[in-house]
Design a protein around this ligand. Structure first.
Ligand SMILES: Cc1cc2nc3c(=O)[nH]c(=O)nc-3n(C[C@H](O)[C@H](O)[C@H](O)COP(=O)(O)OP(=O)(O)OC[C@H]3O[C@@H](n4cnc5c(N)ncnc54)[C@H](O)[C@@H]3O)c2cc1C
Length: 384
């Protein structure tokens, strides 16, 4: 993204000029060949995959774990403190990586073979299930992963669907490739109902979460964010998005980019106010929405959904907003299919160990899901 500016600077100096900022090796090679810059600088991508340079040299670019520029662990602060008012000093973090918890934690997360290889069944092929299967296989466990649909990636497919999420789509491809290379046996279109029948010492439940619904008149007229993003439902021209968190705001931006007319209704006083989202990302998104003149009704709640739109309660009183489509983006609740097992002290009748990870344990993000998978494999492999 900085290349044109850095090439311009090079015209005014005899010193070597290095360009950084989401540089891709092919673009860098071209720029160096034409004399536009002297070298490529790499920061975040090296935190994400420390073997980046080795993989370029060995012509293994498809093996590079792609940095998605989420900034969830590499940048010094994570923005608003959840109340949307200030920077939270408790969430200062630096030089780590959401996608690679081993970065700057190399002694905490060992790569050595497991002391006692186990038979592990992973239920769910979302990011949580895939990460667990990859990490466990790499340590010598025998892993079977069961996914009920014909698609790996779970809810992250919806997250990656927007036009500007090309790096998220690359990440999904990287997960599928890494899972295949890991040697784990993957059973697609296989819904697990009874875990007693699984041939395993350990069962890892990673079944994700379900979209929350609103209990308001006309709620059935709305579509969910995932329905829209996965292409199961289309949006008309005037779209009201209920929920101004990260997903709701990204959908509004995507709709604005495609020439549609979105509005956002948000209960709190801030858009993208959740804890843990880097300010570089959240403030940019707010700026983009302002640039595209997307109306945002803050401190407002949706009272009802009608044939012609929504009725909302704002601090100034009730207001009707006309809409062709209403998209609900009000969060997720953990899948409860296996939750009764949580009370059984992590054991089944056949003494299988059971663990819950990812959104089915507590709805989170890539950061929480991937970290949980690493910590679980660490515990299973080395007992700590
Ligand atoms: C629209 C959207 C945007 C998001 N954007 C971001 C973002 O930008 N950054 C970020 O960090 N996080 C984001 N998140 C959150 C992040 O994607 C999730 O926290 C994470 O992907 C959850 O992974 P998971 O493996 O726990 O669950 P899931 O992805 O839900 O995977 C669960 C899998 O289990 C399968 N399954 C369920 N029951 C069974 C069964 N009985 N047998 C077999 N298989 C079963 C399901 O089919 C599914 O594939 C977003 C979420 C959404 C919904």
């Amino acid at each position: 993204m900085n290349l044109p500016y850095v090439e311009h600077i090079k015209k005014f100096t005899t010193k070597p000029v290095v360009c950084a900022g989401r540089m891709q090796p092919d673009a860098a090679a071209e720029a160096i060949a034409r004399g536009g810059i002297d070298a490529m600088g790499v920061g975040r991508q090296l935190l994400c995959d420390p073997e980046f340079i080795t993989k370029i040299r060995e012509d293994r670019l498809a093996d590079v774990r792609p940095c998605i520029a989420c900034h969830g662990a590499c940048l010094p602060f994570n923005g608003l403190n959840g109340k949307g008012t200030d920077i939270d000093p408790m969430h200062v973090e630096m030089g780590r990586c959401v996608l690679n918890p081993r970065t700057n934690n190399e002694t905490k997360y060992s790569n050595a073979p497991a002391k006692t290889p186990k038979r592990i069944a992973v239920i769910g092929g979302g990011i949580g299930g895939m990460e667990t299967a990859i990490q466990a296989s790499l340590r010598g466990h025998r892993v079977d992963l069961y996914e009920k649909t014909d698609r790996l990636g779970g809810v992250f497919n919806a997250a990656a669907a927007m036009s500007f999420k090309e790096k998220d789509r690359e990440l999904l491809e990287w997960y599928k490739r890494s899972l295949q290379k890991s040697g784990a046996a993957v059973h697609m279109n296989t819904e697990i109902g009874d875990i007693e029948r699984l041939d395993a010492d350990i069962v890892v439940i990673a079944t994700g979460a379900h979209a929350k619904k609103l209990r308001i008149p006309g709620a059935e007229r709305a579509i969910t964010a995932a329905d829209f993003l996965d292409g199961r439902a289309e949006a008309g021209d005037r779209v009201v998005i209920i929920g101004g968190g990260l997903t709701g705001c990204e959908i509004a931006y995507e709709l604005a980019l495609s020439g549609k007319h979105p509005s956002i209704v948000e209960m709190t006083e801030h858009l993208v106010g959740a804890k843990g989202i880097c300010m570089a990302n959240s403030s940019m998104l707010r700026e983009l929405l302002r640039f595209h003149k997307v109306p945002a009704y803050l401190n407002s709640s949706c009272e009802s959904i009608t044939d012609g739109g929504v009725v909302i309660k704002t601090p100034e009183g009730e207001k009707a907003i006309p809409a062709d489509t209403v998209i609900l983006s009000v969060g997720y609740s953990p899948d409860e299919r296996f939750s009764s097992l949580k009370e059984k002290k992590n054991r089944t009748k056949q003494e299988k160990e059971i663990y819950f990870i990812g959104d089915c344990d507590k709805v989170g993000s890539l950061k929480t899901v991937i970290k949980q998978a690493y910590e679980l494999v660490q515990k299973i492999s080395y007992g700590k």
